[in-house]
Design a protein around this ligand. Structure first.
Ligand SMILES: Cc1ncc(COP(=O)(O)O)c(C=O)c1O
Length: 287
């Protein structure tokens, strides 16, 4: 079955031409995106993703491409046409198409693109079981990482460095030696004193949806928790480290820069939070 993309009003095979050369997303990375997890054919945390999409668009002075209700219909139809039960839905909104110049006209019509792809539940289970390894890299990004912008070059380079080092993720380190976040994940530790920590959602990180959901779970699980930046040294000395993102929810980190974290195995708090996140799936309304 060929994959189907939604491109500016048309559902079409993914490999057919669709984007125009003067789309500002293509020429300037002038756009935003969202990635939603799909489980049992249903979208996880849909409202939060749509809230964040609106936040990113507003921050860049862009309108929604259509009403929220219409967008939700396209999301469901894209999943249906691709028969996705477990996987991710990608949606991107660019500012629109115009002759290439840096300034933009407020009347531009945004271009909406959606794609979907499967990720098996077994793959998620395998990551929880085996964990991932991470390297640290300097954070080379801009001052508005809270916007889910499609301008991802530093993240691309960070992830490629990880791949070149034969590991799965790169944690980015700011000028003060503090961990900001992964190339495409938020970063967490259970510090040497047993306190769960993640960086506050300031302009230096994306306020991840899994991060937001887990913050709600932390109180229920009665974990000691601080929303406070931590350094690379804190992470190396931590009992546990893990990353979070919609693609896989929780990724236990078993080593950083070749140093074993804790006993070098996925930690119990990461597992607890992953299980807590999985219960969200069970409470989902029908699409
Ligand atoms: C830079 C960055 N941080 C964090 C995340 C995690 O966000 P979410 O939990 O919404 O997937 C992502 C996901 O793409 C990301 O790209």
């Amino acid at each position: 079955m060929s994959r189907i993309a939604y491109i500016d009003g048309v559902y079409q095979p993914l490999n057919m031409p669709g984007i125009l050369p003067e789309d500002r997303g293509y020429q300037f990375a002038d756009g935003v995106y969202e990635v939603c997890a799909v489980r049992s054919g249903r979208l996880l945390d849909e409202a939060r993703h749509l809230d964040r999409l609106e936040y990113s668009l507003a921050a860049l002075d862009m309108p929604m491409p259509m009403s929220r209700a219409a967008l939700q219909q396209v999301m469901r139809e894209t999943l249906r046409r691709n028969r996705i039960q477990s996987g991710i839905l990608y949606m991107q909104v660019s500012r629109g198409v115009a002759p290439r110049e840096h300034m933009y006209d407020a009347s531009l019509k945004p271009v909406l693109v959606m794609t979907a792809r499967p990720i098996s539940a077994e793959r998620r289970a395998q990551i929880m079981k085996k964990g991932i390894s991470v390297i640290s890299v300097p954070d080379q990004r801009w001052a508005r990482c809270d916007i889910k912008s499609i301008s991802l070059l530093p993240n691309v380079l960070a992830r490629q460095s990880a791949r070149n080092a034969n590991v799965q993720e790169a944690w980015q380190i700011d000028g003060q030696g503090m961990v900001t976040e992964g190339a495409a994940t938020n970063a967490w530790i259970l510090d040497a004193k047993g306190v769960l920590r993640t960086r506050p959602a300031d302009n230096d990180i994306l306020n991840g949806i899994v991060r937001q959901v887990l913050l709600d779970c932390v109180a229920d699980l009665k974990l000691k928790f601080e929303e406070k930046p931590f350094s690379l040294d804190d992470a190396l000395a931590a009992k546990e480290c893990f990353s979070t993102a919609s693609t896989m929810s929780v990724f236990p980190v078993i080593s950083i820069d070749g140093h074993k974290i804790g006993d070098g195995k996925p930690g119990t708090v990461a597992k607890q939070l992953s299980d807590a996140y999985d219960t969200v799936e069970k409470k989902l309304p029908k699409n």
